[in-house]
Design a protein around this ligand. Sequence first.
Ligand SMILES: Cc1cc2nc3c(=O)[nH]c(=O)nc-3n(C[C@H](O)[C@H](O)[C@H](O)COP(=O)(O)O)c2cc1C
Length: 302
Amino acid sequence: MTIEDLRLRHSVRTYTDRPIPAETIRKLNAAITDVNTHEAGMHFQLQTDDPAPFQGFGRSYGMFSNVRNYIACVADTSYSDYMERAGYFGMQILMKACVLGLDTCFVSGTFSASHVGARIRVGEKLLFLITLGYGSERKQTGLSGILSKLTHRNSLTPMDFLDTELSWEDICLHFPMLLQGLEAVSYAPSAMNRQPVGILIKERTSTYNPVKPSEKKSKKKAEQQQNLAAMYDSLMAEAATDTTAQGDNNGSEPPLVLQAYVPAKKPDQLIDLGIAMYSFQVAYPGSWTWGNPATFHPLPDE
Ligand SMILES: Cc1cc2nc3c(=O)[nH]c(=O)nc-3n(C[C@H](O)[C@H](O)[C@H](O)COP(=O)(O)O)c2cc1C
């Protein structure tokens, strides 16, 4: 997977009758089984030749035509961060489909959930679909291709996703591939094209939290929780400083932290967060600790 694969992807909503070859279906199923086997609570299911969820669906946000194949993202809601992880692994599977030559689109709203032919067990929830097939609007090249790209995305530049008070020089010293990561995030699809994800870089000792408390909580409760979180963070930061001072980790704990976040804990935005995290990681080798904010750990230099 490369950043160029991310750049070339765009949502396709109109499909031709061309069937997906058996070999492509086999490879997709292998990618899905791999995720379902190794990732707790994930239950992605490929449905072929099943137009029911999109039949008779009228004009609304996004118009779909002739969708016959899709992947249902079903997740066990008892696992923490299931939304974010569903977004991450959904994007991983979607990009696999793109590399196999398929056109795709995430869909969380404009389909009939009761007509989805996937198995949903007790405690599980259908979060979104990924439509698959060969689009009749694809293969645009030259100027029409560029125009189509522009209309598919906001005019946000990679730097618009960066949230920091530190100098660019400082940041690049610690995260040399940041610009590529930000570019990858700028290509990530998001519900309603909101592009809500921010990439925060702060001092390890900073207690700043970019995530606003959930709107459902009372203001007082939210304030109490924020104070507690700030107290916890500063205790952790103190402990980290102590350890560094004692030389327990040879002073190797990086002084800056890179986090991905969505500003509020809206469920659909947590899916967007996971999608952006996968995209970032395609460009910048490393791993994430789940959460909102989620923390990135770059792969150490060889
Ligand atoms: C979680 C999620 C849900 C989405 N739901 C819908 C949907 O219900 N209907 C639709 O037409 N497009 C949907 N989209 C597609 C977005 O509108 C699309 O990704 C965005 O406009 C950016 O365009 P691009 O994918 O071509 O870059 C969804 C995308 C995401 C990530």
